[in-house]
Design a protein around this ligand. Sequence first.
Ligand code: CDP
Length: 217
Amino acid sequence: MMRGGPVIAVDGPAAAGKGTLARKLAEALGLPYLDTGLLYRAVGRLALDEGQDPAQPAQQFAERLTPADMQRTDLRTPEVAQAASKVAAQPAVRAALVETQRRFAAERGAVLDGRDIGTAIFPDADVKLFITASPATRTRRRFLQNGGNPDAPDAQARLREMEEALCARDKADASRDSAPMCIADDAYVIETDTLDAQAVLAEALRFARERLAVTRG
Ligand code: CDP
């Protein structure tokens, strides 16, 4: 499908650095950027606000989602991440959010990060990246991102607890029936355990430019 610009899908497990990469890629290529995880986080947040178990049907919250819901500053907590994963497993919730994501890229193309961008939302994306790292690396990154102090006496216990929650969420995201997280056949996988953010960006840009030269001429 010919759009106003290229679509770049950035998928991968929790806290792999998809957001950081996708934002920088968008900046480098002059494309709009959408963090699709925020859609599911906002839906999970609304369910929690209503006192509802996020495993219960949450389609109504997805249908009435507003831009303001996505700009809330309380979407990055572990509680909301869990709730997001629960509402994201519901086919009706996913269906309600598909058009928003496709429309976002219609005019100028876009970089989108999530779990199912290259497999379900844009199976015809120009560039598909799958960003990953070991659970230990991803846990450490999320810990530091949340302002955790690695020298604190309880740091080891907190890291263990975070790693368990992160692995449980990955397992749920990869094993659900509706658009599970998986590597698209034509995705380029970047293992980021030994790469810093700048090196990941360089590798992703190299691949993206090569692909775009082929698909867009
Ligand atoms: O930032 P982090 O990688 O921890 O999570 P996120 O990208 O904000 O996504 C939160 C949750 O939303 C995930 O655990 C998935 O269950 C869900 N999600 C999804 O199902 N599909 C997407 N395209 C993006 C997120």
